[in-house]
Design a protein around this ligand. Structure first.
Ligand code: HEC
Ligand code: HEC
Ligand code: HEC
Ligand code: HEC
Ligand code: HEC
Length: 262
């Protein structure tokens, strides 16, 4: 007769598992990448061609830009990759109205363009540049404990910021997929992760995630695990350096009891 664990045995097995997992989770034994200070969180240095051509690297700040434009505008319409130094941005493309120089952006009319004396606004070489303006911006927006320490979703919901969702390429109407998904944990004793589509589609295009990062059918994405996420795959594409960081366990695992506060 096959062995069927009774409630006591099951309780014991679960207890043991939790016993092993609790210290792992509590001690933050995950290889969590360090999180930058709030004014620098999401600031990147672009240096694919700068220094080798005698100019300082370009600083790009996500918190400066995401108040005015959603991720979709840059990472879908303007085709910037979500990986630093992989997009072929040059002064030539900028001046031709692509990338940073797109119409409605750094075109010299809407905001400063690609001419003197503005070169160093971008080519500052300092990841901290713009930090002096951060506290005033953060003070006007709802708080969070992680990353920029700004609750960006709430800022949009309250109408405190109204980032443009497109420049010229409108999202298709009513393809919005608003389902909240529960991603069941593979490990017993680990609270499920949640994935709210709506919180994402207000910033992103379906194409930013489907089909490259996630399959469009629940539970079919292969190797969808925390270790991979922490290496920058799946949710980790955005949630390590720009969107709310991985340290915020409870944003994704709302029923997780303890979480280390960094
Ligand atoms: C105004 C344009 C703009 C907006 C808006 C924008 N990004 Fe970016 N993002 C960029 C550029 C430019 C890069 C660098 C691309 C390169 O060097 O190839 C980048 C890089 C990234 C990276 C790689 C970061 C790293 O550490 O390597 C991620 C992740 C990312 N963006 C996510 C987002 C998310 C999520 C949003 C919306 C909350 C967003 N971006 C909004 C322009 C933008
Ligand atoms: C709005 C931001 C911005 C402004 C303003 C700007 N640049 Fe750039 N520039 C970039 C970006 C982004 C790159 C790509 C950087 C990289 O990959 O290293 C770049 C690349 C370059 C390069 C590398 C070689 C090449 O041709 O791509 C040079 C040289 C350069 N810029 C010079 C200048 C000069 C000179 C000015 C002022 C006349 C200027 N830039 C203004 C954003 C800017
Ligand atoms: C951006 C969302 C997100 C954040 C933040 C997050 N997780 Fe996860 N986590 C997931 C997803 C998605 C899975 C895979 C589905 C599942 O197992 O629930 C997962 C799975 C897990 C698992 C199950 C084992 C595995 O490898 O799949 C554990 C344990 C876990 N997370 C712990 C944590 C801890 C501890 C934190 C905070 C340090 C954290 N998570 C933060 C999304 C997140
Ligand atoms: C930030 C990333 C992201 C964006 C943006 C996104 N999705 Fe998803 N979507 C997911 C994830 C994660 C899953 C679950 C995949 C899995 O479990 O393997 C999913 C699953 C789905 C599913 C399958 C649901 C099911 O129950 O099987 C559909 C349909 C879907 N998405 C449609 C859309 C549409 C339409 C858009 C644009 C309006 C969109 N998604 C935008 C991440 C995203
Ligand atoms: C392509 C980028 C991207 C990917 C991939 C992504 N997210 Fe997000 N996520 C965002 C952005 C942008 C926000 C808005 C809040 C912010 O920027 O901090 C967000 C917010 C959230 C929130 C908070 C929602 C709210 O309303 O406050 C949760 C929970 C979340 N993501 C879970 C996930 C999970 C789980 C995954 C993987 C299955 C995932 N995300 C993948 C970009 C992404």
């Amino acid at each position: 007769m096959p062995y069927k664990p009774g409630p006591v045995t099951r309780g014991l097995v679960l207890g043991c598992l939790l016993g092993i997992l609790a210290p792992l989770v509590a001690s933050g034994n995950w290889d969590l990448p360090p999180v930058a200070e709030p004014p620098e969180y999401g600031n990147i240095l672009i240096n694919r061609t700068s220094e080798i051509n005698g100019v300082k690297p370009v600083v790009f700040s996500h918190w400066v830009h995401r108040r005015k434009h959603t991720c979709r505008v840059c990472h879908f319409e303007l085709e910037f990759n979500m990986k630093t130094n992989t997009t072929e941005i040059t002064e030539k493309t900028n001046k031709a109205g692509l990338h940073c120089g797109a119409s409605g952006c750094h075109d010299g009319k809407t905001v400063f363009g690609h001419e003197e004396p503005h070169c160093d606004n971008c080519h500052s070489g300092d990841r901290k540049s713009g930090s002096e303006k951060f506290s005033a911006v953060a003070a006007a927006l709802p708080k969070s404990n992680f990353g920029n320490k700004i609750n960006w979703s709430l800022a949009v919901k309250k109408g405190l910021i109204e980032p443009l969702h497109f420049l010229s390429l409108k999202p298709a109407e009513e393809i919005g997929f608003k389902e909240n998904m529960t991603l069941e944990a593979e490990w017993s004793g680990i609270p499920n992760a949640v994935f709210p589509h709506k919180s994402h589609t207000q910033w992103l295009d379906c194409n930013n995630c489907h089909p490259d990062i996630f399959n469009i059918k629940k539970k079919t994405t292969k190797h969808f695990e925390m270790v991979r996420i922490l290496k920058g795959e799946f949710c980790g594409v955005c949630h390590l350096t720009v969107a709310l960081p991985m340290q915020n366990c409870r944003a994704c695992h709302p029923t997780m009891k303890s979480q280390r506060i960094y």
